[in-house]
Ligand binder design. Structure first.
Ligand SMILES: [Zn+2]
Length: 409
């Protein structure tokens, strides 16, 4: 997941928000919108992620209630702002206690991600404001928001810290710069957003390519170590080898199912639009798992991202290669069937619960005339109904963002 500063109340994923959970002596997880994992001993501490600006400060405050060991190393599991922008509080804590400044480890591509955020700060703040229904200015994506890594790796990196061997492994999943941390003695895996306690968010509608197949492979590699603890980037900690195996392997199976389904259809010569319209749904035994619930992203978004990865942007519809302006197309349709008939049809469809079809009709009228108040109100009503029914946090916020836009217009 990815955000700037997300208010606590918006986290539907984790009832422990804002609290520190002791996993075992010397190992804990702070539950933030994005979590922070801590391991300590022999007068040292490692922090895996620093959460966001606001929650990072809470994380360090909470860990100080159980340990005063200096945070010698911070590891970023990836460069999303909600995982890597709480670092300032960790640096301030070290300075206040007279400890050396923590050294930051990250995969070598994290810095390029920060560069991209800074380059596209306006877009980042725009889409994240809508996706997370939060107040976020472009300054949240400025150079001073990010503390870059002091030390980088590619592939795998071995550290000796807190009296233990600690392995950093590169992976690709929600991002291409991901790291999962493995502590062999404790059999603990700190996996960042490779586990998000909902259906993996590949295919975020407004964001860059994600890596569905590599995500599954990373989870299988973690599972092969047979962890006793999986500390995820979002949501609750998983304990016990059996539970950890299930969450890792079933999540991998879900990703492979969606990925392989798209690839098989592409190989059979199906166009993207046909694959999306036919829909690929998870089998019931996977769809019913609480940790695969589509409460953040959803299966259709994963399908779209796999298509984009292999098949580019064209849907396969000839009219969409060089599409006509929507206003002209809408005017053609209205010339045939009339504005009133389209609005009536939209209302009838809405009343019978066919919300997607209702929206498509109402949107034509608005496309023809963006100043049509009645059409705008009807579009907003339908979108509000869609938002009420929508389980995916991202989709819901995109609908309500569109409603706000219509009401402002
Ligand atoms: Zn995240």
């Amino acid at each position: 997941m990815e955000s700037g500063q997300t208010p606590l109340r918006q986290n539907a994923f984790d009832p422990m928000m804002g609290r520190l959970e002791i996993i075992e002596p010397g190992l804990a997880m702070f539950h933030g919108f994005a979590n922070v994992a801590f391991a300590w001993g022999r007068g040292e501490m490692i922090a895996v992620d620093t959460s966001s600006r606001q929650l990072g400060a809470m994380a360090i405050e909470e860990i100080r209630k159980v340990s005063t060991d200096p945070v010698s190393i911070i590891v970023y599991t990836h460069g999303h702002a909600d995982h890597a922008t709480g670092t300032e509080a960790f640096i301030r804590d070290a300075a206040a206690r007279g400890y050396p400044r923590p050294r930051i480890w990250a995969h070598e591509d994290v810095s390029g991600r920060f560069d991209r955020y800074i380059r596209t700060a306006g877009w980042q703040s725009h889409i994240n404001r809508i996706q997370f229904a939060t107040d976020l200015s472009a300054s949240a994506f400025s150079e001073k928001s990010f503390h870059r890594a002091d030390l980088t790796f590619r592939g795998m990196q071995l550290l000796e810290l807190v009296g233990e061997a600690i392995e950093l492994h590169h992976a690709m999943g929600e991002t291409d710069d991901a790291t999962w941390v493995w502590m062999p003695l404790r059999k603990a895996a700190m996996v960042g957003d490779l586990i998000v306690s909902s259906l993996p968010n590949t295919g975020n509608p407004n964001k860059v390519q994600r890596y569905t197949l590599e995500w599954a492979q990373a989870l299988e590699r973690i599972a092969s170590r047979r962890p006793r603890y999986v500390l995820p980037g979002h949501g609750p900690a998983y304990r016990g080898e059996e539970t950890c195996q299930e969450v890792l392997m079933e999540t991998a199976r879900a990703l492979r199912f969606l990925h392989d389904g798209v690839v098989a259809r592409l190989n059979a010569g199906q166009w993207p639009i046909d694959i999306i319209e036919a829909g690929i749904k998870l089998p019931a035994d996977l769809a019913s798992k609480p940790y695969l619930a589509p409460i953040y992203g959803c299966a259709e978004f994963v399908v779209r991202d796999v298509i984009r990865r292999y098949a580019g942007w064209w849907s396969g519809e000839p009219s969409q290669l060089f599409p006509v302006r929507r206003r002209d197309h809408a005017a053609d349709l209205i010339a045939v069937c009339g504005r009133e008939a389209l609005l009536d049809r939209a209302r009838t469809l809405r009343d019978s619960g066919e919300l997607k079809r209702a929206l498509a009709c109402a949107e034509i009228v608005l496309d023809a005339d963006s100043g049509d108040r009645e059409a705008a109100d009807l579009n907003a009503e339908i979108l509000e109904a869609m938002a009420r029914k929508e389980p995916s946090f991202i989709a819901r916020n995109l609908f309500t963002g569109a409603v706000r836009h219509l009401k402002r217009a």
